[in-house]
Design a protein around this ligand. Structure first.
Ligand code: ZN
Length: 55
Protein backbone atom coordinates (compact mmCIF):
# COMPACT_ATOMS: atom_id res chain seq x y z
CA UNK A 1 0.00 0.00 0.00
CA UNK A 2 1.43 3.32 -1.13
CA UNK A 3 0.26 5.32 1.88
CA UNK A 4 1.85 2.85 4.27
CA UNK A 5 5.11 3.03 2.35
CA UNK A 6 5.06 6.81 2.51
CA UNK A 7 4.33 6.79 6.23
CA UNK A 8 7.13 4.30 6.78
CA UNK A 9 9.49 7.04 5.63
CA UNK A 10 7.90 9.61 7.92
CA UNK A 11 8.26 8.30 11.47
CA UNK A 12 7.19 11.63 13.00
CA UNK A 13 3.88 11.69 11.19
CA UNK A 14 3.36 8.00 11.84
CA UNK A 15 3.91 8.48 15.53
CA UNK A 16 1.49 11.41 15.60
CA UNK A 17 -1.21 9.36 13.91
CA UNK A 18 -0.74 6.54 16.41
CA UNK A 19 -0.83 9.00 19.30
CA UNK A 20 -3.90 10.95 18.19
CA UNK A 21 -6.00 8.23 16.58
CA UNK A 22 -6.88 6.28 19.70
CA UNK A 23 -10.27 4.86 20.74
CA UNK A 24 -12.58 6.88 23.00
CA UNK A 25 -14.98 5.47 25.60
CA UNK A 26 -17.39 4.40 22.85
CA UNK A 27 -14.80 2.57 20.78
CA UNK A 28 -14.66 5.29 18.13
CA UNK A 29 -11.55 7.03 16.94
CA UNK A 30 -11.01 10.16 19.00
CA UNK A 31 -9.52 12.09 16.11
CA UNK A 32 -11.85 10.99 13.31
CA UNK A 33 -14.92 11.35 15.53
CA UNK A 34 -17.50 9.01 14.07
CA UNK A 35 -15.16 6.46 12.54
CA UNK A 36 -14.88 3.14 14.28
CA UNK A 37 -11.50 2.34 15.78
CA UNK A 38 -9.07 1.22 14.48
CA UNK A 39 -9.71 3.84 11.81
CA UNK A 40 -8.18 3.81 8.37
CA UNK A 41 -5.35 6.14 9.32
CA UNK A 42 -4.37 4.08 12.33
CA UNK A 43 -4.39 0.92 10.22
CA UNK A 44 -2.13 2.57 7.67
CA UNK A 45 0.27 3.71 10.39
CA UNK A 46 0.36 0.19 11.83
CA UNK A 47 1.11 -1.23 8.41
CA UNK A 48 3.88 1.33 7.98
CA UNK A 49 5.37 0.08 11.25
CA UNK A 50 5.38 -3.46 9.91
CA UNK A 51 6.95 -2.32 6.65
CA UNK A 52 9.77 -0.63 8.50
CA UNK A 53 10.38 -3.65 10.70
CA UNK A 54 10.73 -5.85 7.63
CA UNK A 55 12.81 -3.33 5.66
ZN1 ZN B 1 -8.74 8.14 13.23
Amino acid sequence: MLMARLLARMPDLRQRVQTEHVPDAHGNCQECGVAQWPCELYEIASRADELQLSA
